[in-house]
Design a protein around this ligand. Structure first.
Ligand code: HPA
Length: 282
């Protein structure tokens, strides 16, 4: 009796064996890049691979979301760069949508960098604002650690106090300052979606401490923390969350805001990914 979601543990090992069988190098860092935040971090060493070819379940693409990954020479570090991600609102189980993160971890990545598009609340309710995620509220009602998991993946009850690594956030802030890129810090509320929030929901989340609202990231970070990865999250605010702005929310506008900010996101993340302190010596 597992009493839970399918975690595809055996298929994960098969994917690791396939990677190794291709003679590919082990990544040190995983990057999961969200909606429209399609930037480049260096020379492609292997791939791009269609993510669908590496997943043990069928996927369908959402308009505007690519689904590929590649091994990248980021200069100082080797990166496994996922362009696009799976979302729970598409119908994926938590254990499915974190498969790429678990694959990166099993291939050797010790750091997870996630980006996303988010609605902003209060002081960050401004399209174009970049916000380092300091903490999250998992409002999805889902959890990738539910059910019986291989013991080798780590504790089933991982501590989430430092889910978003403070040292990585300090390095990001230092690079932002050096580059003259304004960067805020904030709490990200991860919701199931796919509809946007009602004004009452936004107000409730604001009172609960949220600065950002999105439909990704929290499950990936939970899975990564179980596996011991240090996590950094960067949100691009694409719109004031519902009720705090004048306009009606539109998926295409969210994607367009991502494209408009791609240059700043690329400069900032390239600096972080080239930081000698990114991967701590162990
Ligand atoms: N809410 C939820 N997810 C989002 C939003 C939003 O306002 N903007 C971009 N992703």
């Amino acid at each position: 009796m597992t009493g839970g979601d399918s975690h595809h543990a055996a298929e994960l090992e098969a994917a690791v064996a396939r990677w190794n069988g291709l003679g590919l190098a082990r990544p040190q860092v995983a990057v999961v890049a969200g909606s429209g935040l399609d930037v480049s971090f260096g020379a492609t060493v292997a791939g791009p691979f269609a993510l669908a070819d590496w997943l043990p379940f069928p996927v369908h693409a959402v308009a505007g979301h690519a689904l590929t990954f590649e091994l990248v020479d980021g200069g100082r570090h080797r990166l496994l760069h996922f362009r696009g991600r799976l979302h729970a609102y598409q119908g994926f189980e938590p254990g499915q949508l974190v498969f790429p993160v678990r694959l990166a971890a099993r291939l050797g990545a010790g750091v997870l960098v996630v980006t996303n598009a988010a609605g902003g609340i209060g002081r960050v309710a401004r399209a174009g604002a970049l916000v380092a995620i300091a903490d999250h509220l998992n409002q999805t009602g889902l959890n990738p650690l539910r059910g019986r998991l291989p013991e080798s993946w780590g504790p089933q009850f991982p501590d989430m106090v430092d889910a978003y690594d403070a040292a990585l956030r300090r390095r990001l802030a230092a690079h932002a300052e050096a580059l003259g890129i304004p960067l805020e810090q904030g709490v990200y509320a991860g919701l199931l979606g796919p509809c946007y929030e009602t004004p009452a929901e936004v107000e409730a989340l604001r009172r609960a401490g949220a600065d950002l609202i999105g439909m990704s990231t929290v499950l990936e970070v939970i899975a990564a923390r179980q596996l011991g990865l240090r996590c950094l999250g960067l949100s691009l605010v694409t719109n004031p969350a519902a009720g705090s702005g004048a306009a009606t929310l539109d998926h295409e506008e969210v994607l367009e805001a991502g494209r408009a900010a791609a240059g700043r996101v690329e400069a900032l993340l390239r600096a972080l990914l080239d930081d000698p302190e990114l991967v701590a010596d162990r």
